[in-house]
Design a protein around this ligand. Structure first.
Ligand SMILES: [Zn+2]
Length: 243
């Protein structure tokens, strides 16, 4: 039985039928952070998709698009006051181009700096192959941070935990040894659940909440507690995130 539904990181706009996805989220009362990949997309979707109880639109600037669309930085900054949720942002150093990396760092730093002017922002952060750099840039950042689909070194998890960061984990991580290792290393009170839909298993052409059951079941098994306990903990974590 699922008593609490949430999705801390999903890309609703990559589905064809956006209205249907948003309706589904509201009907199932699933607390959802819907990230965007570019500030102009946030601006566009904010017109139709604001004011919902469960569906929360986030302002994003995806690191893999940052270099190509760097001229959109002013659009990001202009819109920053319109939502509490910021994402997807961060760094992705799977690219080899120095200029590209440099541009990503510049933009991510600027975003983090701008978020410091508010006391309620919640950041959903991508850190693929750039954990150290992301952790460094977020040093002394006192707002709420969620590291999404973390794939880095276990050492940095410890630093992130000491700073109060959360981790949003997904069902795809359970399918790999390294993903499981990371999940097992994160204390239960810092765990949030995400789908990263439509990029994860079973969600590429249709959004539903079955991913949640897989993650709940895994956490129950690993921590040897009941499903009710796990759901209560995750719900509590989400409440703390918003507080
Ligand atoms: Zn994502």
């Amino acid at each position: 039985m699922r008593s609490f539904s949430m999705d801390a990181h999903m890309h609703f706009d990559l589905y064809k039928d956006r209205d249907k996805v948003v309706r589904f989220i509201e009907e199932t009362q699933s607390y959802t952070i819907a990230v965007t990949n570019l500030p102009v997309l946030f601006e566009k979707y904010m017109k139709n998709y604001c004011g919902y109880k469960y569906f929360k639109l986030a302002l994003g600037f995806h690191p893999e698009l940052a270099y190509e669309y760097q001229q959109q930085l002013p659009v990001f900054l202009k819109n920053i006051g319109r939502t509490r949720y910021i994402g997807e942002i961060g760094l992705d150093f799977t690219v080899n181009n120095f200029e590209n990396k440099h541009c990503q760092v510049k933009i991510f730093k600027r975003i983090v700096e701008a978020c410091r002017n508010f006391d309620d922002k919640i950041l959903s952060v991508h850190s693929r192959k750039a954990t150290k750099e992301v952790i460094d840039i977020l040093e002394n950042y006192t707002g709420k941070v969620i590291l999404h689909w973390y794939t880095g070194n276990l050492r940095y998890i410890q630093i992130a935990i000491s700073r109060g960061f959360y981790f949003s984990i997904n069902h795809q991580m359970i399918r790999s040894i390294s993903g499981k290792k990371i999940i097992n290393f994160i204390p239960l009170d810092r765990i949030l659940i995400e789908s990263d839909a439509p990029f994860t298993y079973g969600l590429n052409d249709h959004y539903d909440l079955n991913f949640l059951d897989n993650v709940y079941a895994y956490l129950c098994h690993m921590h040897n507690v009941s499903i009710e306990t796990i759901q209560r903990i995750v719900k509590n974590n989400f409440k703390n995130l918003l507080s």
